[in-house]
Design a protein around this ligand. Structure first.
Ligand SMILES: *Cc1c(COP(=O)(O)O)cnc(C)c1O
Length: 385
């Protein structure tokens, strides 16, 4: 089955570009709202690093989600898109002073702090402004997610977070500071996670940590479990909306929230992944000795996931109904890793055919670069066409 695209409208646009199906985005957001809404105290933030296209951000903001930022630039983009600062959380191992100051000036909901060194700087900068910064500690739960090595973040040996061993002493350090207030614990175990057991394992670990803190009469207002829910890259047409029902139900079943506690989520890929496609044009069909190459005008500069993570994106020839043929689909960049897929079957292609790389709404446009002096790809939403 092929996806359905406004191919005629695409013909008028300069390729390559990203296309965002806003009907699917809205349906996804409705599902999130409905499934999270079944449970008391569940609050969903959108991890803006997945896709910061202003029009996309605007739709997500209107759906009432909060925002999860990992840089000062992201805080700015969220505020410009209309997210209330009171719903912005800010994580990152290397926050620079201007970024912390921006968060303080805007009175964001919370800083997710990843080291004692950072805590000291936030305390100092907040003192200079006569403010009290709300902080959560990002704890490294040593829970391994079964996903690509470059996107696991919760193992013991990792630059992210504070170790469980140091959790209590760090909370006590914060308690002694005047310009920070400890408000909760933050976790994020990785990305593209499809096995609910990984999230259940995180819940069990959090339950243990909460019991430990209660023994020391430490009050935790917020639990933030990060993001990581994966999407079905093989079947974007059959599974356009991720299984949010099981995802939120897993947390409801396994995590023992205390009365009044809020549970925060930071979902990126699952919100925007399936609604986006990279649309590119066939430049040449090149016959090799043992294979044929389909050379397109998009490259790893437009979508780096295949080159960086060996990621799979379903590829469709949306201009052709011919019988399938087998191609290596490659871009024009002067790097041998500039390959989107090897030996894939597509409807037979000719010069000019439009090719869709599916499930490219997350970590696509936002990771584009100008390498080879290329122009950044544009992003269009359905309403633009
Ligand atoms: C990247 C990131 C997320 C979002 O991850 P997804 O896998 O896209 O859901 C959430 N929280 C933090 C801290 C992150 O770094």
């Amino acid at each position: 089955m092929k996806g359905t695209f406004p191919v005629e409208a695409f013909e008028k646009l300069q390729t390559p570009f990203y296309y965002y199906d806003t009907a699917l985005l809205r349906a996804t957001l409705d599902t999130i709202r409905r499934e999270a809404g079944r449970y008391e105290g569940f609050e969903v933030h959108y991890a803006i690093k997945a896709n910061a296209n202003p029009k996309v951000l605007n739709i997500i903001c209107q759906a009432g989600l909060g925002a999860d930022c990992v840089s000062g630039g992201e805080i700015q983009a969220c505020i410009e898109a209309g997210f209330p600062a009171s719903k912005i959380v800010y994580a990152g191992v290397g926050k620079s002073d201007w970024e912390i100051n921006l968060g303080l000036d805007k009175d964001i909901f919370c800083f997710n702090v990843e080291s004692t060194a950072e805590l000291e700087v936030i305390n100092e900068l907040a003192a200079a402004k006569g403010k009290v910064a709300k902080v959560c500690f990002r704890i490294n739960p040593d829970v391994g997610a079964h996903t690509h090595a470059k996107i696991t973040t919760g193992l013991a040996e990792n630059k992210f977070g504070i170790s469980m061993r140091d959790m209590e002493s760090t909370i006590e350090t914060a308690a002694a500071m005047k310009n920070v207030r400890f408000t909760g614990l933050h976790f994020h175990i990785g990305s593209q996670i499809l096995n609910m057991d990984d999230f259940a394992a995180l819940c069990n670990r959090i339950n243990d940590l909460q019991t430990q803190l209660e023994k020391h009469k430490i009050k935790v207002e917020n639990i933030n479990v990060g993001g990581g829910l994966g999407i079905d890259y093989q079947h974007p047409n059959r599974v356009p909306i991720p299984d949010f029902k099981s995802y939120f139900a897993t947390y409801a079943r396994h995590l023992k929230l205390r009365p009044g506690q809020k549970l925060h989520f930071e979902l990126g890929r699952a919100v925007v992944g399936q609604m986006g496609s990279l649309i590119t044009r066939t430049l040449y069909i090149k016959q090799g000795t043992a294979k044929q190459f389909l050379i397109v005008d998009a490259g790893m500069t437009d979508l780096i996931r295949p080159a960086l993570y060996q990621a799979y994106h379903k590829i469709e020839n949306i201009s052709s109904d011919e019988a399938p043929a087998t191609y290596d689909v490659v871009g024009p960049i002067c790097e041998s890793s500039d390959v989107f897929a090897k030996a894939v079957d597509l409807n037979a292609a000719k010069r000019g055919d439009l090719i869709a790389l599916r499930s490219a709404g997350a970590y696509g446009e936002i990771m584009a670069s100008c390498y080879n002096c290329r122009k950044l790809p544009k992003g269009y939403i359905t309403e633009d066409l």
